[in-house]
Design a protein around this ligand. Structure first.
Ligand code: NOJ
Length: 558
């Protein structure tokens, strides 16, 4: 494998539960993924990242792992995984696993042991504290509503869970826990996986005193994040993991890092520090929320988004490496979020893809993004399956919120927007299953589906194919520096990339208005890709129509 192969790769994320069901039980599975490998090869991606496929009671759809080395019954068997790895390899596709080691399921045998008694051998695999009188040890709230602490009767103390109470946090201070994690990682590398996406990895080092956090306006619990995000030993752990596991090959590693700054990202991804290949930032995903919670809806102010990308593109250039994403299984659909999912769905989906894929970093495509899948509106809260959504709804309603307001924030930000089944065709249940899907399909599958996309040369799918191809062909995409143009413009996202004598200019219209842009260097014949069939070009003026994207490439010395 070429070294740093992941710099020129495009990753496709599969949420297995919602991708393709091969046996009619309403739940996507591994044979279902294998059936669709030709489709993924056609798209042109290099890497498949699978959200967790391990044995789990599914409190959080697999992000609560009961056994790291066995496969969830609904998904299939270890033989299916082995077949998937080898079939993917035949098509030039590497497999990346989700490594969830900030916490396990409370049904993992480590926790089943640990909770029995204070002198159990697994006790120090988790984080235990005495209460403060009749209260929990500190005021931290969990990400899924309620306190971050749960009482354990047999030991008469509390355990920490930053997520649900069925997801107890692991104690990375424990040498034996860390060793067990590294052994498990070797187990998967020995099976032939090419890397790991690491779930909330920058939360694994907690400040040992676990102090109370500030209680922000409108919040019921304290914010412990200053004491568990990017904690004191995080980089020691990453370097140890590198030395013990990752140094064995050129492995793709991407750390999910909420709250990480560009300085943190450089520490994680500087190749000389031997930690990770790259991290996922959340900064660009938080610009349409209030300061304290994602449910607090705000309109996006485009200059903020552009300046945020400028910061990441310039501050990691030559120092570390970016990941580039708009979507994943936790985020609403980008075409509904920053695009226009009614009149300009196709145009805006292509424009958003253009804007992202011409930056420096490794692009990630989330299932369905390549056909422009949209957010969903279910009238009843009962139709939502995500525990984050359900707990938030219950908590807010119990505290006097208005049903319609809470539903509105779910329509805009709920995680089930990303998790409705993949839309393969216009037959019943979008061709995802012959049974009843675990989460309802988006009713728009009759018009938005893979079959329709594959039939049209102008589809969003075809456009993604071209973007992926261009990443292979143009070194400037991987190597070039980034210069933001028109930083304060509220509608146009424009930037340049520079490398040797080459230059790219990228013009993306994030609005439904028509705008004239004066182009000094560009020529009509320099267009690399565009999302309208024709170009509106007169006397060095480019007229950008609603959600139009145009890219020019030229030689600076010519
Ligand atoms: C981040 C994952 O992406 C999300 O889906 C999950 O709920 C939490 N981590 C907890 O594992």
């Amino acid at each position: 494998m070429e070294s740093n192969w992941w710099k020129k790769s495009v990753v496709y994320q599969i949420y297995p539960r919602s991708f393709n069901d091969s046996n009619g039980d309403g739940i996507g599975d591994l044979p279902g993924i294998i059936e669709k490998l030709d489709y993924l090869q056609k798209l042109g991606i290099d890497v498949l990242w699978l959200s967790p496929i391990f044995d789990s009671p599914n409190d959080d759809n697999g992000y609560d792992i009961r056994n790291y080395e066995t496969i969830m019954d609904e998904f299939g068997t270890m033989e299916d995984v082995e077949l998937l790895i080898s079939e993917a390899k035949k098509r030039g596709i590497h497999l990346v696993m989700d490594l969830v080691v900030n916490h396990t399921s409370d049904e993992h045998e480590w926790f089943a042991e640990a909770k029995k008694s204070k002198d159990n051998a697994y006790r120090d695999y988790y984080i235990w504290r005495e209460g403060e009188g009749s209260n929990p040890p500190n005021n931290w709230g969990s990400f899924f509503s309620g306190s971050a602490w749960e009482w354990n009767e047999p030991t008469q103390d509390y355990y920490l869970h930053l997520f649900s109470k069925k997801q107890p946090d692991l104690n990375w201070e424990s040498d034996s826990l860390r060793k067990a994690v590294y052994e498990m990682m070797h187990f998967w590398l020995n099976k032939g996986v090419a890397g790991f996406r690491m779930d909330v990895i920058n939360l694994i080092s907690k400040h040992p005193a676990l102090p109370n956090g500030p209680v922000h306006p409108g919040q019921l619990f304290g914010d412990g994040s200053p004491y568990y995000m990017n904690g004191p030993k995080i980089h020691d752990y990453m370097q140890e993991m590198h030395q013990e596991v990752l140094s064995r090959g050129d492995i793709l590693t991407v750390g999910e890092c909420p709250g990480a700054t560009t300085e943190d990202a450089a520490l994680f991804s500087d190749p000389n520090r031997n930690e990770l290949s790259m991290i996922f930032t959340f900064e660009h995903m938080s610009l349409d929320s209030g300061p304290y919670e994602k449910w607090d809806l705000r309109a996006l102010h485009l200059p903020k988004l552009k300046k945020n990308f400028r910061k990441w593109q310039t501050e990691l250039h030559g120092k570390g490496w970016n990941s580039l994403y708009w979507n994943n299984h936790d985020q609403p659909r980008i075409v509904s979020r920053f695009g226009n999912d009614t009149d300009y769905r196709v145009e805006s989906a292509k424009m958003l893809a253009t804007c992202l894929h011409f930056m420096q970093g490794t692009p990630y495509i989330y299932q369905g993004e390549e056909i422009g899948m949209t957010n969903v509106v279910f009238e009843s809260i009962e139709d939502y399956q995500d525990l984050e959504t359900r707990r938030m709804y219950d908590e807010k309603m119990a505290n006097g919120a208005v049903h319609e307001d809470v539903m509105q924030s779910i329509y805009v930000k709920g995680r089930d927007n990303a998790r409705t089944p993949m839309q393969w065709d216009d037959t019943a249940e979008a061709g995802f299953t012959t049974g009843t899907p675990w989460l309802k399909v988006n009713p728009n599958y009759k018009t938005i589906n893979v079959q329709e996309a594959l039939a049209s040369p102008n589809s969003i799918f075809a456009y993604y194919q071209s973007l992926i191809q261009l990443r292979k062909e143009l070194d400037i995409l991987t190597e070039g520096s980034f210069v933001l143009l028109l930083p304060d413009d509220e509608e146009i996202f424009a930037y340049q990339r520079h490398w040797q004598e080459e230059m790219l200019t990228v013009y993306c219209n994030f609005s439904a208005s028509t705008r004239d842009i004066s182009c000094v260097h560009e020529n009509e014949s320099d267009v690399v890709i565009k999302n309208y069939e024709t170009l509106e070009w007169h006397d060095n003026t480019l007229t950008l129509r609603p959600f139009e994207a145009v890219i020019f490439k030229f030689n600076k010395n010519a």
